[in-house]
Design a protein around this ligand. Sequence first.
Ligand code: BTN
Length: 263
Amino acid sequence: MEEFSEDTIKAGLETQIIGRKIYIYNKTSSTNDIALSLAERHNTEGVVILAEGQTKGRGRLGRTWFSLPQKCILCSIILKSNMLSERLNLLTIGASVAISKAIRNTTFLPAYIKWPNDVIIRGKKTCGILVEKRKTKTGFIVMGFGINVNLDEEDFPRDLYGKATSLKMECAKKVSRVELVQKVLFEIEKVYLYLKKGEGSLLFEEWKEMSSILGKQVKAILQNEVVEGQAVGIDPDGALILRLDSGISRRITEGTIEYAFCC
Ligand code: BTN
């Protein structure tokens, strides 16, 4: 059984900031909660929290996040940038590009991004991202993500059947969590340093290449309405741009995207 340890992860980690300190928990409430509570301590930029289990793992829009010990990556990273703390959607886009790239490089699987925070393989979700900040204006941001690495089909609860998948299920062999987490942290650091400098154009190009919805007719399920249109791009803040049938463009900052036509 491949265990996480700070030493093993650091041994093959090619980063400068992210992963300078790695805390590993057997079980915790949520790695994002731990990261949010540690963030304001001295010198925490780049600190990584990993856990084998979460009692209150959470996703976007108040959803819970399912995981099993030894089979997933549950990770949160503390980042610091006043500018980026006002642009959490952009960081979510950055994380989705970085994680998709790391998955592609490690497994050669066709990982794609479903705006805003899902990494999908052959139409099923394999990773979710949750970027949060403290309510007080500190400039600290927590980038949390969960990747289904070595789960088998029967491990998933019934309500996720047909919607979620794991890397092992898709490539029919076990994937090294240590190697994958090293690659993910490396790709996230590249994107983070790039965005911190205020540069985004390369990221947008990469997002376009890996987007599963670009150019497609989609429905955006928002809090009080459902809007339908063609996904034509993202703006500099990471909001999704839909071109409605009326020809008007609509900027979507949160919600869930579904394909308008399904097979
Ligand atoms: C989503 O798809 O809605 C986002 C899921 C994010 C899950 C990860 S697991 C590690 C970190 N800790 C949490 O409680 N959530 C994120």
